[in-house]
Ligand binder design. Structure first.
Ligand code: BGC
Length: 347
């Protein structure tokens, strides 16, 4: 009986133990299972994304490293030196009668629509070359032939503008140059303007087509006059004025029709502003003048002395600020911008 009682007690307690054991097992299983599920959810949602990101980043880094190793680095552009290493000094100029525009174009492939910029350095100035023109095709061809390589050797950023006077009225060089200045500034804010006769070809590339602190006269001598300055105040042929210097003198007068006087008028304007004309040394500022007869439509201006007498009185209202014209066309040719204008006729 006593034995039975003890066995029953044990069994009863064992029941409780079993129940306790089973409960604990279930709880342990729940804890384990839910933990795994949570972890696996975390893993499955986060890991793939992270690994994609890491892989892309790694690939990008590899690609960038390979590129950095293989692609040649472009060295930063420096300012062009004061004296270009490409200059050749005095040159023997040739004027072949068989020369064609196509040949000159193919010799100057780096020029686009009349404009050039050095690749190896930043040009010291941006220069617009203005050439007034009418019926002088052969002179223009010779000038383009020599001038483009000359300017490229000087490492300039430049563009050539040819300003053509339309119609048959007397030629007006000065007014065409005012038009050239105004039209070229619509393309780019040029630092410097070279006012260039079509029949003058520079002989020495040390004659720099750059502007100075003062207006510059580039033709000290030419073959036709024994390479001597024509007279003390001579300011014709080729001159260089900055954008601001030309604005300060109100440009050229518009009233000189025919040959002569307009360059003397510009000198008076410069002097009235207390500016001083500078010139390069005589052995450098040398030009060849390509022979020509006086053009019809550009007869000597017999009125020029009278006009020069009134310059100090009228310069403020006769010039850039009163230059009226009608642009007929602007053609962007390979070697120059061809601006054709109606500038009216003498009143
Ligand atoms: C004229 C100028 C010309 C100079 C040289 C002067 O008499 O007025 O326009 O440039 O002679 O030929």
């Amino acid at each position: 009986m006593a034995l039975c009682t003890s066995i029953c007690k044990i069994l009863r307690r064992g029941k409780y133990f079993l129940l306790l054991f089973l409960t604990l097992s279930v709880l342990a299983w729940i804890a384990t299972f839910s933990g795994d599920t949570f972890k696996s959810i975390q893993f499955s949602s986060a890991t793939p994304q992270t690994s994609v990101k890491d892989d892309t980043l790694r690939e990008k880094l590899i690609v960038a490293t390979v590129l950095a190793k293989n692609v040649p680095t472009v060295p930063p552009k420096h300012d062009c030196p004061k004296e270009s290493p490409l200059l050749k000094g005095p040159m023997k100029l040739t004027f072949e009668s068989s020369l064609t525009l196509k040949e000159v174009e193919s010799e100057n492939k780096a020029v686009e629509e009349g404009e050039f910029e050095p690749k190896e350095c930043n040009a010291r100035q941006s220069v617009a070359i203005l050439i007034p023109h009418r019926h002088r095709e052969i002179h223009l061809l010779y000038l383009l032939h020599h001038l483009h390589p000359f300017l490229q050797r000087q490492q300039l950023h430049y563009a050539v503008y040819v300003i053509q006077q339309a119609g048959g009225a007397t030629f007006n060089r000065a007014k065409l140059l005012n038009v050239g200045y105004l039209e070229a500034l619509k393309d780019y804010s040029w630092d410097c303007f070279i006012f260039h006769d079509v029949d003058l070809v520079p002989e020495n590339d040390h004659n720099l087509y750059l502007c100075d602190k003062q207006p510059k006269h580039l033709v000290v001598g030419r073959n036709a006059t024994g390479y001597k300055l024509r007279y003390k105040g001579y300011f014709g042929g080729v001159t260089a004025l900055t954008k601001d210097q030309f604005l300060q003198v109100n440009g050229f007068s518009n009233t000189y029709w025919g040959w002569g006087g307009e360059d003397d008028d510009l000198r008076i304007r410069v002097e009235l502003q207390k500016l001083k004309i500078v010139r390069p040394p005589a052995d450098i500022a040398r030009y060849t003048m390509v022979f020509h007869k006086r053009d019809s439509g550009n007869e000597i201006n017999k009125d020029r002395m009278r006009l020069l007498g009134r310059t100090p009185r009228v310069w403020k209202k006769d010039g850039l600020n009163s230059c009226s014209y009608k642009t007929l066309s602007i053609e962007r040719m390979p070697l120059y911008v061809n601006v054709t204008v109606d500038i009216g006729k003498p009143s």
